[in-house]
Design a protein around this ligand. Sequence first.
Ligand SMILES: C[S@@+](CC[C@H](N)C(=O)[O-])C[C@H]1O[C@@H](n2cnc3c(N)ncnc32)[C@H](O)[C@@H]1O
Length: 287
Amino acid sequence: MSKSNAMLAPQAPADVSLTRDDMSFIAKLVYEQAGIVIREHKEAMTRGRLARRVKALGLGSVSEYCAYLKTPQAADEIPELINAVTTNHTSFFRERHHFDHLRKDVLPKLVQERSARRGRIRIWCSASSSGEEPYSIAAVSRDVLGARSDIDFRILATDIDTDILAKAETALYPVDQFERLPSDIKPLLKIEAHGRGEARISDDLRRMIAFKRLNLIERWPMTGPFDVIFCRNVFIYFDTQTKASILDRFVALLSPGGFLYLGHSESLPQPHPQLRLIGRTIYERLP
Ligand SMILES: C[S@@+](CC[C@H](N)C(=O)[O-])C[C@H]1O[C@@H](n2cnc3c(N)ncnc32)[C@H](O)[C@@H]1O
């Protein structure tokens, strides 16, 4: 059933209880499709998130939803399931020390080195959620780059969740999200009033970013190299094996001397021979 048909379907109150079998089925499917480990204590949260899909499809229960997911017609539903179960919490300049490091220690050197040969600078934000992280990267990058046009500068922002990527691309946020920001960084986002309590990130910053859907556990189409990779607050959802495999692929795409930023509660699954910890959750790729 399409989402729009579901909107027209008569809605009986759905049974959103989650049996042990349904929970293991969903957990297995989500792990296979996205690498996300749903732990048992997340059952209530999972139930709430699945309830959204049960309702959207006009189904009567989570068990019916699981039965539907087992049919061949359900292929289109898998991305919707993944969108429903992802946690997208983020904010502008979250874990600010990474943006300070990028602005003061990384970009000035890269700009000096690359401008001499009209080179490129590439940054990958690999779990970009609703866009606050890549727009914060664009803001500090514009601050360092100024108006210079002798460098080919791009940010690739990717996420598995298509709904959240669509939101990111609008670049529209409630104004109170900006009001909470420290006064030294707020102007860097160059926001423009939009009405209805919202503001939009300037076109100048938006043009620096390409948003794309990318599942970190699938094949990546990019060949790199990247000077900087942000992978923050997504490793927490993965198991050691998934993290180790993604990490190897990050290292292969990072330029020697490039930087990887992880989230505040994340660390490498095991020490990596080509990565050196140089600051709080900041790793440098060795030559
Ligand atoms: C908690 S948010 C973190 C956002 C941002 N990086 C930050 O630190 O503020 C985690 C993001 O990871 C994304 N995600 C989860 N599994 C993924 C996967 N297999 N591939 C790509 N993105 C994934 C989710 O959709 C979500 O937007």
